[in-house]
Design a protein around this ligand. Structure first.
Ligand code: AMP
Ligand code: ZN
Length: 470
């Protein structure tokens, strides 16, 4: 096991990662609010969660990860209301498209995807505990967290309560709070809204309490890592800490990790600028999800990721270097003893790749180790130093790092496969046409039969040969 160093937002410093139970990592990542299709910014943060998970596993930890689905909040309720359908009917297609996006980008399914609407009793119990301990109060069927009752409030974000008090007083909103900074734990039902029964009357949970209740139910009152995008530091995560620690009297989370935002062409994504892409938008433009995954993982999670179509081309180019090496290796002849220099390069890859991950998920270092290895293999092929068994050892080394990267093997990516296939088919057709021109009908028929066997139908037209899949 290699102990990584991670940048803890709580305290804002790099720290050795020491989970509660040695060798086990319990991780919670805030999931999507399922009121529309997620955009590529959301996906950047979720992909960070996937890389964290795979990296910790690579470094020797057993990972249990939770990602909630926020299927009740202001936005989902409003959406369902406008569409004239139930909350469940409204959110279901967005949950499905979200899971499909995860699959398209080869993100692993985490162990638990709890839905807020399925954990209302746990939320009510947590709110009741907060009331009993004097940290929350009820007014007109709504319940609020009393920020003044928590001396640690602001520990994550640096939010200064006294400063805020001295500042301009904002009119309290329609729920009748004692202090404008108090936040809602339970919201009394409004006409036409879905609601659940509670000791304070019918209503629904606030967003923050959802994550506290679901994370502690599944991972325990104290767990190792909680993560999300930087915009969640305040107020969402600050409020989660306040509620959870006030209720249990125990530390809630040991390490807080936050991923920086994705921007597009140097600008914040927004609907009005027309630069807010979903994964489906990019696929429709012919972008490769494999290149997108590579692009995402190549930028450190604490740096802004500037998405441009050129950067996506750059990512595809980097992958091509690995693909070309794989191709050359496939066609290289194995001869003689296993090559000592290659064995050394393999060891270096293993060591440097893990060291990169352990350095606060420094994928730039990990990828540098990979490309140094790719270069070594290319040189070995060139110099005909591929010895007995070396090919398999190289493929195994690639496979090992790809357990984390999830992007190196073109055969794992159906569209990439189809593209490769297409190039090969075009080549066979060109060969067939050349054979026909030379009146070598035996060869042209053989190629045609081979294509037929692969389900490719040829059609000879005056403009040339067209093909399609049967
Ligand atoms: P939401 O559904 O709005 O709660 O967002 C889901 C996740 O996406 C949260 O972790 C957010 O912090 C994150 N997120 C939102 N916008 C961006 C962005 N532009 N870039 C990266 N992550 C984002
Ligand atoms: Zn959350």
């Amino acid at each position: 096991m290699t102990e990584p160093t991670l940048f803890n937002t709580l305290g804002r410093k790099l720290e050795p990662f020491r989970p509660l139970v040695p060798g086990e990592a319990r991780v919670y990542i805030c999931g999507p609010t399922v009121y529309n299709e997620v955009h590529i910014g959301n996906l950047r943060t979720f992909l960070f969660g996937d890389l964290l998970r795979r990296s910790l596993r690579h470094l020797g930890y057993k990972v249990t990860q939770v990602m909630n689905l926020t299927d009740v909040d202001d936005k989902t309720i409003l959406g369902a209301h406008k569409a004239g359908v139930s909350l469940a009917e409204y959110t279901e297609p967005f949950i499905r498209s979200f899971l499909r996006d995860l699959d398209t980008l080869h993100m692993e399914r985490v162990e638990h995807f709890p839905r807020a609407t399925e954990h209302i009793p746990e939320m009510i119990a947590l709110i009741q505990t907060l009331i009993d301990k004097g940290h929350a109060y009820e007014t007109d069927g709504s319940v609020f967290f009393k920020i003044a009752s928590d001396p640690h409030y602001g520990c994550l974000s640096g939010f200064d309560l006294d400063q805020a008090r001295r500042g301009e007083r904002v009119a309290s909103d329609d729920y009748g709070k004692e202090d404008v900074r108090d936040f809602g734990l339970w919201k009394a039902v409004k006409p036409g809204e879905p609601s659940w029964p509670s000791p304070w009357g019918p209503g629904r949970p606030g967003w923050h309490i959802e994550c506290s209740a679901m994370s502690m139910k599944i991972l325990g009152e104290t767990f190792d890592v909680h993560c999300g995008g930087v915009d969640l530091i305040f107020p969402h995560h600050e409020n989660e800490i306040a509620q959870s620690e006030s209720a249990t009297g125990k530390p809630f989370v040991r390490t807080w990790l936050h991923a920086e935002h994705l921007i597009v062409d140097g600008q914040k994504m927004s609907k009005s600028l027309g630069n807010q892409y979903t994964l489906a938008d990019l696929l429709a433009r012919g972008c490769s999800p494999r290149a997108l995954r590579y692009l995402f993982l190549s930028v450190h999670y604490r740096q802004k990721l500037n998405f441009t179509f050129e950067s996506l081309d750059g990512a595809a180019g980097a992958l091509r270097r690995v693909d070309e090496m794989r191709f050359r290796l496939q066609h290289a002849e194995e001869q003689g003893e296993p090559d000592a220099r290659l064995a050394e390069a393999g060891e270096r890859l293993r060591h440097d790749f893990a060291a990169g991950l352990a350095d606060d998920l420094n994928f730039a270092l990990a990828l540098a180790a990979l490309f140094a290895y790719v270069k070594e293999v290319n040189v070995a092929v060139e110099e005909k130093r591929i010895g007995e068994g070396d090919r398999q050892r190289i493929l195994d080394a690639l496979k090992d790092v790809d357990q984390v990267l999830g992007v190196l093997d073109p055969a794992d990516w159906p569209t990439g496969q189809a593209e490769d296939d297409a190039a090969e088919i075009e080549q066979l057709i060109a060969d067939r046409n050349a054979a026909r021109k030379n009146r070598d009908f035996a060869t042209s028929d053989r190629i045609r039969d081979e294509l037929t066997a692969r389900g490719i139908v040829l059609e000879d037209t005056p403009q040339g040969t067209r093909w399609k899949r049967r």
